[in-house]
Structure formats: structure tokens, C-alpha cells
Design a protein around this ligand. Structure first.
Ligand SMILES: Nc1ncnc2c1ncn2[C@@H]1O[C@H](COP(=O)(O)OP(=O)(O)O)[C@@H](O)[C@H]1O
Ligand SMILES: [Mg+2]
Length: 384
């Protein structure tokens, strides 16, 4: 169902196009799956002044940035109608008095020049449609330059008896980086969990340099297979100093002397950590803590590094620093990196290879930057 807004009144002071955008942003509900409708009458009440639509991603962001002050207005406008597709048309775009029916231009997942706001359900549905024509194994081989160092073959894995990944395959060359993007719940973290040994693997195979590492326990993954997993957030020990936290990586692998030397290199590079090396890690800001977690990978010295959403919750300067460390790990130290990144633009711009995961299957795979240019990716994940 699509409900139009005409917004005649507001056009006296502000262009109706902008006003309609506000309405679109506000109708995205925090609990994404249901759908909103916009009432004609309520739309008229929106003061033109309050127009503010930011380029954000998806349901959450759009909702967060929508002005919350006018709760009463919002209530009046947002219905709980159980409709499938949210389609709030950008009405009266050019002329308020003549609402246009021809401006239906789809854009989505929150940001950009949004004319139609898609529900998360809709994004998943469209992405699943694209997934039905997923890449072949030879496409995946090519992206890894036909020389895969890390390989997943037809993996079926999940939690308990529930299968989340269905015949999932991946190839990454040595020293390459791969970024997984996709809707929430697609199974991106489950791919990393499976590689590290946190899931039930029903069938399929994971190999590094030809060695089967499928059934190694998490505790053996780093020492035996050289796989390190940077968890989201919770891996810093607050009572230990920054330096001790860094060294943990080395002790895990049982080489304290090498760890010490690697830690010195980290401190040489990142003064922000060096200045705080003897302070308890608990005093670090969120961004500094993330730097510590990621730079610990330099000390662990793994072959393959798994990173789940390195930029989540960080302000831009820290996001840049985090990607700088990852760049160093890949380009200077030759590490193979497999990451999940909600910030599709950052992740795909960084990675040699990008996979779009939908419902436990790969929908699209390409060179990271090419994927960034792909209109389907733009439309569904970048809001363009
Ligand atoms: N520990 C777990 N136990 C059971 N189900 C889980 C667990 N972790 C994730 N899931 C389920 O697996 C699916 C994929 O989750 P996840 O891999 O975290 O998605 P993504 O990282 O793409 O957002 C979701 O349906 C989620 O609810
Ligand atoms: Mg995840």
C-alpha cells in the first residue's frame, strides 16, 4: 500500500520535495518489519522549518535522525497498518499543487536521494531475488586470482540444528582482503563464527593453504591454523594495562619475545596507544579500545584475520584509523583479511573482493570497488 502526501500547505515556505522527504524519513519505524502509512492531513501539519533528512543507512539510522520532539505529530501520521511494502511517494515534487504520479524512483536502505523508502523486508526480498542468480565457483576463483589460499567449499553450518549458511563457498588469495556485506541476519557473522569454530558444521570444508581446518576447535585455530578473530568490542581486559592487553595476543600464541617486539612496533605507529601504554585499558575511549583490539592482531601475527564490523559505533576519525591498521596488516604484513562491515562503502572501498550475503547464500561477488558501483548494491545497501 502506498499513501500519498500532498503537503500543499507547507509549500508556501519550503519546497514540497524536501518536505516529503521528511515524511518519508519519519515513517520508517524502529522495529523495521512492519510498515507505515502517511496520512494526508497529518502531513500538512509538519512545519516546513523542521525539514531534516540526513544521508543515513537503513531503518535504524533513519529513525534515529528523525526529529523526535514532535511525538504527537508523529503518532498521528504513523499507522500500524500491516502492509508489506513501505512506499512513501515523494509527492508534489516539482509542484505542490499538482501532485505528480510519475516520480516513483526507487532508492533505498535509508540514505541518499530517497524517493521511496523500502522496508527491511523489501530489501531482503529483492536481494533474495538477486541471490537466485548468484555467482559461480569459477567467478569466485577468478576474484581470488585462481590462487585461493583460504577456501570454503559448500559449507552448511548454523546453530543447534538450525542451518544458517547453505552451500556457502568462498575463496581468498594470500594477502587479499574480502568484505562481506548484506542485510541484518543474512549470516555474515555466522561465516566468521564458522571459520573460527563457533558453529555446528553440517557439511562442507574449510581449508587454508590446502590444509583442512574445518573441525579445529576455536582454541586451536590460532595456534594450529593461524586464524585470529577480532571480536566485536568485548575483548579488552579493562584492569590490565594497554601494553598487557597488546601482549595477550603474543601469549596466546606462546611467543612472548616476538609479541614484545611487535607491541613496540604498534606503539611506534600509534602514539594514541603509546601515550596510554601503562594505563588500565578500562580508561580508553571506545575508539581507542577498538584500535587496541585491532592492533592486537599485529601482535598475534596470524595468517588469516577475521574482523567483524570494525567500524561499528565509531566516530569517523577512528574509523579511518581502524582501516589504516587493517591496510597495514594487509599491505605491509601480507595478512589475509576477511571482514564483515555494515558500512558497505568503507568496507567495499577497502577490500579486494566483496561478497553480498543474503539468507545464508552469496547473492553477488565482485571486486570490492566494482561492487560499490553495482546499481543493485547501491540501491539496496548504499541508498543511492
Ligand atoms: N548464537 C546464535 N544462536 C542461534 N542463532 C543465532 C546465533 N547467532 C546468530 N543466530 C541467527 O543466525 C542468523 C544469522 O545471524 P548473523 O550471522 O549474526 O547475521 P549478520 O551478521 O549477517 O547480521 C540470524 O537469524 C540469527 O538470529
Ligand atoms: Mg553480524
Amino acid at each position: 500500500m502506498a499513501t500519498k502526501t500532498t503537503g500543499k500547505k507547507a509549500t508556501a515556505k519550503k519546497p514540497a520535495a524536501t518536505k516529503a522527504k521528511t515524511v518519508a524519513a519519519k515513517t520508517v519505524k524502529p522495529k523495521n518489519t512492519s510498515v507505515s502509512a502517511v496520512k494526508k492531513t497529518a502531513a500538512k501539519k509538519v512545519p516546513a522549518k523542521k525539514v531534516a533528512v540526513k544521508k543515513t543507512t537503513a531503518k535504524n539510522e533513519a529513525v534515529k535522525k528523525a526529529p523526535v520532539k514532535k511525538a504527537s505529530v508523529k503518532k498521528a501520521r504513523v499507522k500500524k497498518a500491516p502492509v508489506k511494502n513501505v512506499k512513501v511517494k515523494k509527492t508534489a515534487a516539482k509542484s505542490a499543487s499538482k501532485p505528480s504520479k510519475t516520480t516513483k524512483k526507487i532508492s533505498g536502505y535509508g540514505a541518499g536521494d530517497v524517493n521511496v523508502v523500502m522496508s527491511v523486508d523489501q530489501v531482503a526480498k529483492e536481494a533474495a531475488n538477486i541471490a537466485s542468480k548468484g555467482p559461480s565457483k569459477s567467478d569466485l576463483d577468478k576474484l581470488a586470482k585462481n590462487d585461493a589460499f583460504f577456501q570454503i567449499e559448500d559449507l552448511r553450518a548454523g546453530y543447534g540444528k538450525m542451518e544458517i549458511l547453505h552451500n556457502f563457498s568462498m575463496r581468498v588469495g594470500q594477502g587479499q582482503s574480502l568484505c562481506l556485506i548484506g542485510p541484518n541476519g543474512a549470516g555474515k557473522s555466522t561465516v566468521l563464527h564458522s571459520i573460527f569454530g563457533f558453529t555446528n558444521i553440517f557439511s562442507g570444508k574449510i581449508t587454508i593453504n590446502g590444509c583442512d581446518v574445518t573441525s579445529l576447535k576455536p582454541s586451536e585455530k590460532l595456534s594450529t591454523a593461524g586464524i585470529a578473530y577480532i571480536l566485536q568490542d568485548k575483548s579488552v581486559f579493562p584492569q590490565m594495562t594497554v601494553e598487557e592487553n597488546l601482549l595477550m595476543g603474543g601469549f596466546l600464541k606462546g611467543r612472548p619475545a616476538e609479541a614484545k617486539a611487535a607491541a613496540e612496533l604498534v606503539f611506534d605507529k600509534y602514539s594514541r596507544l603509546a601515550d596510554r601504554r601503562n594505563k588500565p585499558a578500562g580508561v580508553l575511549s571506545g575508539g581507542e579500545r577498538r584500535l587496541l583490539e585491532i592492533s592486537r592482531a599485529l601482535v598475534m601475527n596470524p595468517e588469516v584475520l577475521l574482523v567483524d564490523e570494525p567500524s561499528i559505533g565509531l566516530e569517523p576519525r577512528f574509523i579511518d584509523m581502524v582501516f589504516e591498521i587493517l591496510y597495514d596488516l594487509q599491505k605491509t604484513d601480507g595478512k589475509t583479511i576477511i571482514m564483515v562491515e555494515q558500512n558497505a562503502k568503507k568496507g567495499l572501498d577497502f577490500a579486494d573482493i566483496g561478497y553480498v550475503l543474503v539468507s545464508g547464500e552469496t547473492a553477488l561477488a565482485d571486486n570490492g570497488r566494482k561492487l560499490l558501483q553495482n546499481p543493485d548494491v547501491g540501491r539496496l545497501f548504499l541508498g543511492g
